[in-house]
Write a protein that binds this ligand. Structure first.
Ligand code: UT7
Length: 324
């Protein structure tokens, strides 16, 4: 039987209206525009308004992707959302989005793989499509990470932003996703985590709120090394050479990490989609936001080979190599 591939029909994204620049941050955090730009590449981030949720942003991104694909929500047979900032504990935000889109009845669930959430969700969706189980799938990555920022902690306050991205996948005889690689190592939990949760009893240190904890320098080192081997593994899984890649669409945490991966692949920065300057680190939202920007700006064209990759809390790391 001929191989079935998952093909991206269209993309969509959504960002909160409010923009917080580095200069804005300087007013209430002990930091500087220069430090943030030089160490991370970030110039600004979008921040969700009060009451604006991950589900709101996901719904908007999804509707834009469905419209661009010319697909009705009722045609979807699976919805997966990568997020670590769900609207409520349950039902899953994927279920909330499903109802708002009018796709009631199809399978819907969230994937929590921190910054790798979207690429994980894409990998899972690809397996559903390849197995013949699903024909049209909505995959999203979305976060409202600023909800767990302590704005007085400069180590993390300057790094994160809010946003959502989505793709509509379709079962196709044409490629499509060639390979996905998903990994995790829970042994590194202490380097990047949020300790607040249900089963531990919502405990946190007093006066700090629900906040992200990150040992930035250590995470940076592991991320660069891990992404190096991940891209090699992905190329091998797809049976391709780095020279066949048209675009690298990386997780947007730090421009220096992105440059290191591009260098490893011998790709010029002209072949790399960079949105970290405008969006900062939107965790699971980052790769689909960058992908949608790349498609809608006309940079990425049909038939081109894209390498998507992400690294984040868990640690988790994941990639997808596909023909757009
Ligand atoms: O998305 C999930 C994965 N996450 C990542 O991939 C993030 C990985 N890590 C990073 O991107 C970088 O490590 C950071 C951007 C978080 C930090 O950059 P760095 O070059 O590793 O800086 P550092 O943590 O080593 O700090 C250098 C200095 C310190 O001061 P001293 O000890 O040298 O005097 C910090 O206190 O910079 C200071 N610093 C700041 N200064 C101004 C830390 N944060 C700030 C700040 N503004 N916001």
């Amino acid at each position: 039987m001929a191989q079935i591939y998952s093909r991206i029909l269209a993309t969509g994204s959504a960002l909160p209206e409010r923009v917080l620049t580095n200069a804005d941050l300087e007013k209430f955090v002990d930091t500087s525009d220069e430090w943030i730009r030089e160490r991370t590449g970030i110039r600004q981030r979008h921040v969700a308004a009060e009451g604006e949720t991950t589900g709101d942003l996901s719904t908007l991104a999804a509707q834009r992707a469905l419209d661009a694909a010319g697909v009705k929500a009722s045609e979807l047979d699976l919805i997966i959302l990568g997020t670590t900032t769900p609207d409520i504990i349950f039902p899953s935000t994927a279920c909330l989005v499903q109802h708002r889109l009018g796709a009631n009845g199809c399978a819907a669930f969230d994937v929590n793989a921190a910054c790798s959430g979207f690429v994980y969700a894409l990998g899972v969706a690809d397996k559903f499509i390849r197995s013949g189980q699903s024909k049209k799938v909505l995959v999203m990555g979305a976060e409202t990470l600023t909800r767990m920022i302590n704005w007085e902690e400069r180590e993390t306050a300057v790094l994160f932003g809010d946003g959502a991205g989505a793709v509509v996948l379709e079962a196709s005889r044409e490629p499509g996703i060639y390979a996905t690689c998903l990994h995790a190592d829970g042994g590194h939990k202490e380097l990047l985590y949020n300790p607040v949760g249900v089963s531990v009893g919502f405990k946190d240190e007093p006066n700090h709120g629900v906040r992200i904890r990150m040992s930035g320098r250590e995470v940076f080192k592991v991320a660069v090394k891990t992404l190096d081997s991940l891209v090699e593994e992905t190329l091998a899984a797809a049976g391709m050479q780095a020279s066949q890649l048209d675009w690298l669409i990386p997780h947007q945490a730090n421009l220096r990490i992105i440059e290191a991966t591009a260098k490893r692949l011998n790709m010029s920065m002209d072949q790399v989609i960079v949105t970290v300057d405008k969006h900062a680190n939107t965790s699971a939202g980052s790769v689909p936001l960058a992908l949608d920007y790349a498609v809608r700006s006309g940079k990425v064209k049909r038939g081109q080979n894209l390498l998507l990759e992400a690294f984040g809390g868990g640690f988790t790391w994941a990639s997808a190599l596909l023909r757009y």
